[in-house]
Design a protein around this ligand. Structure first.
Ligand code: HAX
Length: 441
């Protein structure tokens, strides 16, 4: 058994025993109550699933196994000359709850290189798409096409013991993560660079090699990719891409089906597609205003015109956060340290000053602050990647780390098929009438 799998087996077996005892002793304890506004309101805040890899606090933001993003930047292994954490290290941390050593991360990098072979039929499928097919359409289809390789599906059909579900899921997760940079880079190069593909450089780490295959050279871009792939990886379990992956996985669909489900959720403009919408909105604003360096007042007027047209301001607001997203702040830190005088980055910073008070003034937006998607596009544009329709694929490659490590945990814990109860509006009205009668009786 490989060292990571062995660690996972030990840790997950211990947690399974702990959960069993907890449920036996305190299974009837209430941890939440559901209000009618939550039933109609997208289940905001309802505590109804377990997710070990990360936890989100409305004010502090995301913590991966208890560590904030700045802490991870200090603690996770880096390349010899790099300042940003290696995403391999975060995967290790999320999977087994320990900060890995440099050697452990090197082992994981090598594993993913060894497992990165993409089946030929996936490339053929991608080549059959029109070049203007949205990159997320291509990405989702490519993931599903690789389901033919699923270890879980094969072993299930052969008759796998329930206690080994996690083992087959681990194999699928590792193989899938290893292949994603190759697939994403293939989509990018065929869609925007005439199909001139770039062979992997197996001397590089997972994120560095991805940057190389995208065709954007330079150490700064590689550094940014490592940071990007780290900070987008997980955002607890309730967000749409994580929850969709979890839901599909709960039916014992394998990791390929589950992750494709998550990516289809990520492709929505209220979720991961917001990163493309932000830069599209900024480009449109600059075109409309006829300048690359708008004044604050010009931005304020443009924001108000967007809202007056009944549209949302992409990159602002959040279902859980009530402060600027630490992932936004981290990208701002990176841009300040590495980028000098980029018009688009400057516009993002001006937006950060002017948009929150406007959204606050609407009186209904619960979080007027920028989220992760408000910043990433401007940095990518700075490095020459202005094809914004591709941005959500980058997010998806990173998100695999969180949702697939969490899927391993779900299978190891033996979590059951997810199946909440739905009701009709008539049922709710009847229920409330009965409650009112009982109160007055
Ligand atoms: N611009 C304009 N209006 C906004 C807004 C924004 N950025 N954010 C929220 N609102 C509006 C909502 O549309 C809603 O209006 P109605 O009552 O008229 O329907 C009202 O304010 C209350 O919404 P909320 O409770 O504050 O926010 P939700 O929890 O319902 O939604 C969203 C959270 C992120 C979907 C929302 O803030 C939004 O649409 N933001 C813009 C899109 C975006 O950036 N999405 C990415 C989020 C982060 C992420 O998942 N990244 O992948």
């Amino acid at each position: 058994m490989d060292p990571l799998k062995k660690k996972f087996a030990e840790k997950s077996s211990a947690l399974k025993t702990r959960i069993k005892a907890l449920l036996k002793e305190k299974g009837n304890t209430k941890v939440d109550e559901v209000k009618l506004s939550q039933v109609f309101g997208g289940m905001r805040g309802v505590k109804s699933m377990v997710w070990e890899t990360s936890q989100l606090d409305a004010n502090d933001g995301i913590r991966f196994r208890g560590y904030s993003i700045p802490e991870l930047r200090d603690l996770l292994p880096k390349t010899a000359d790099g300042k940003e954490p290696l995403p391999e290290g975060l995967f290790w941390l999320m999977l087994v709850g320990e900060i890995p050593t440099d050697d452990e991360v090197k082992w994981l990098t090598d594993q993913w290189i060894n497992r990165s072979n993409v089946p030929e039929h996936t490339f053929k499928l991608l080549d059959s798409f029109p070049s203007d097919a949205h990159p997320m359409t291509q990405f989702s289809a490519a993931i599903i096409s690789m389901q033919t390789e699923s270890c879980f599906a094969r072993r299930y059909s052969e008759g796998i013991n329930k206690n080994e579900y996690w083992d087959a899921t681990y194999e699928d997760a590792m193989n899938l993560i290893a292949r994603l940079p190759r697939i994403a880079a293939y989509i990018y190069r065929r869609t925007y660079h005439g199909g001139k593909h770039i062979a992997p450089d197996i001397s590089l780490d997972w994120g560095g090699n991805f940057a190389h295959m995208l065709g954007i050279e330079g150490d700064d871009f590689k550094s940014f990719m490592r940071l990007y792939l780290t900070i987008h990886a997980d955002h607890e379990g309730g967000n749409a891409s994580a929850h969709a992956t979890h839901l599909v996985g709960s039916t014992l669909s394998d990791a390929y089906f589950s992750f494709a489900g998550g990516m289809n959720a990520l492709a929505g403009p209220l979720h991961g597609l917001a990163n493309q919408e932000v830069i599209k909105w900024i480009f449109k604003m600059l075109d409309t205003l006829g300048t690359r360096r708008p004044s604050k007042q010009q931005i304020i007027d443009y924001v108000n015109s967007t809202l007056a047209a009944g549209q949302i301001i992409p990159g602002y607001g959040h279902a859980v956060l009530r402060q600027p997203d630490p992932r936004f702040t981290e990208q701002k830190r990176f841009a300040k340290e590495n980028i000098t005088d980029s018009d688009v980055v400057n516009v993002v910073w001006q937006c950060f000053e002017v948009i929150p008070p406007i959204l606050q003034g609407l009186g209904k937006v619960k979080n007027p602050w920028p989220n992760v998607d408000a910043h990433s596009g401007a940095i990518l544009v700075n490095y020459g990647m202005s094809e914004y329709s591709f941005y959500t694929v980058l997010f998806g490659v990173s998100r695999a780390l969180g949702v697939l490590s969490a899927l391993c945990w779900s299978r190891a814990m033996g979590f059951p098929l997810e199946r909440p109860k739905s009701v009709t509006t008539d049922w709710i009205v009847d229920y409330m009438e009965k409650q009112a009668k009982e109160m007055t009786a």
